[in-house]
Write a protein that binds this ligand. Structure first.
Ligand code: GTP
Ligand code: MG
Length: 195
């Protein structure tokens, strides 16, 4: 899918605001603060294309980016804890769930897991939703620069074990650091190979 310049298209706050489902797309899902927006910036080589910040709940809309004319990259709001009013958070969570279970052109969801934290209950919840909707998903471990090799092994083992329960999961994990560039070329190649 990777071809052509990347640009911000729009921020979507309700399902009827989604662009026409006329081309393939991949999305980046994960708990608040997992590193979704940073990963999009690393993948596209654009430092502040997607807004990243240390405040959980930074991304509050479904943000669409065009990949040339051929595909969309989609940055999602996080799930779980966010620094925003309860009613507002409930609204994006509903939107997120509707998007993840009802977007016909979604080719793959990348589910991001912070390498330090592993799979949590909210991750399982989203993965179950993806299973039920038959959306293939692949786990991307983020912030690999923040932990050592042994801790990473433990996380990989925990995540692989957790994925056994999820029929829609790809067994291979991608280990990344947006900060150091680790795994970014691999992830780009995975996206490029989708059609
Ligand atoms: P929400 O939009 O709030 O759901 O968060 P997000 O998942 O988009 O996370 P974001 O990309 O905003 O990153 C959250 C914080 O983690 C920021 O302070 C980033 O700088 C930091 N971060 C993201 N990726 C990495 C990484 O690979 N290494 C390190 N060290 N920090 C990272
Ligand atoms: Mg974000």
């Amino acid at each position: 899918l990777f071809a052509g310049p990347v640009d911000f298209l729009k921020g979507v706050v309700a399902m009827d605001g989604l662009p026409p489902a006329d081309r393939p797309e991949v999305c980046f899902a994960g708990r608040s603060n997992a590193g979704k927006s940073s990963l999009i910036n690393a993948l596209t080589g654009r430092k502040s294309l997607a807004r990243a910040s240390n405040t959980p709940g930074r991304t509050q809309e479904i943000n669409y980016f065009t990949l040339g004319e051929r595909a969309y990259l989609v940055d999602l709001p996080g799930y779980g804890f966010a620094k925003a009013p309860v009613a507002v958070v409930a609204k994006w969570q509903a939107l997120l769930k509707n998007y993840l279970s009802g977007r016909p052109t979604l080719r793959r969801a990348f589910t991001l897991i912070d390498s330090r934290h592993g799979v949590k209950d909210v991750d399982h919840e989203i993965m179950k939703l993806l299973d039920r909707s038959a959306v293939p998903f692949q786990v991307v471990l983020t912030k690999a620069d923040k932990i050592g090799a042994q801790a990473m092994e433990a996380t990989v083992a925990q995540v692989q074990e957790a994925l056994q329960k999820h029929p829609a999961a790809y067994p291979e994990l991608v280990i990344t650091s947006s900060e150091k560039g680790q795994g970014i070329a691999t992830l780009r190649a995975i996206i490029a190979s989708l059609d």
